[in-house]
Design a protein around this ligand. Sequence first.
Ligand code: IPM
Ligand code: MN
Length: 384
Amino acid sequence: MNAQPHRKLAVMPGDGIGGEVMAATLDVLERLRDRHELPLAWDELEWPATDWHRRHGVMMPEDALDQLTRYDALLLGALGDPGPSSDPNRYLLPDGISLAPLLTLRKGFDLWACERPARLLPGAPQYLADPRAAEVDMMVIRENSEGEYVNQGGRVHRGTEREVATQLEVFTRPAAERLIRHAFERARQRAEARAQPRTFTRPDGNTAAAQVCLITKRNALPHWGELYTEVFAEIAREYPDVATHHELVDAACMKFVQCPWIFDVVVASNLQGDILTDLAAVLSGGMGVAPSININPDTRDYPALFEPTHGSAPDIAGQNKADPRAMMLTAAEMLDWLGTEETVFARAASELRAAVAADLSAQTAGAVRSTDQISAAIIESLPA
Ligand code: IPM
Ligand code: MN
């Protein structure tokens, strides 16, 4: 028997396809737990969810954060429109209500970094025609605690001709410093972990094995853009082994499509990172295979939140059509994070990734498979 204390997960399927992709992922996690005797236990929660709102008038209990602090990690499917969208009478809430728990959890637990790796695994759909797009291997690190998402502002003279809406953005130096330093740390770690070294050119003409690209819109939003630029330059001095780069967010969108292989770690504000990561997800095969994690790299006092980049997909909800692989790859990230010091979690994570990769490379291009079929194939390719 394993004597280590169990890591406890709160499993929150949420809305729409969340339940389907979570069920498939739990089957895989159970398999891995048995095989590796992982000290891992979970409770499945009915909230946050639109159906909980239908029954209780709120997306989650008032003391949700208190209840969740006892867990090591939160595994969340999706929130939003519960679907199916063919049902005009479904219980549907405004986005501001159904999605609020996501932001409450990120902010309430100070999960200030959102990491979204984008790597095109062999067999995953490659949407770009240039063969070099197969080399895409970047990680977008998104500021997850403030910026455009502070939800400050308001509306006056509502509904009248002189109505005014304000939406404030808040950028603090401490948040910029911790985020950017984390991006450089990750860049170093990624370079060390890479089997095939990559080369990035520094402005002085020297080369580096890693790169961090800062995204801003400092030509139009100079206040925070310049703050970030200064902090970036200060911190970059501590990492002479890492190449640096800057892109305005609009140009970054262009280059993500034109030459995405030039990027390594990309660090962006909350909203700009949100937008860029939908694009990055497509570069790595689409939303069906795009993982995402919300962490506080400084402390484990609160649980981290693991939820794929995709949403509740009401158009296909309840039809056994959702791709569970983004949820599974997100669970692999979670296993890695849970087991920082313990190889057994890392081994389970790499087996899970390998099983997803095997499934991707075996799939017939254009073939449509159900959630259950994908899940069964992945379980099949896990070591016995
Ligand atoms: C995401 C989502 C959320 C975000 C929404 C649902 C609030 O798009 O996780 O990327 O904007 O952060
Ligand atoms: Mn998004």
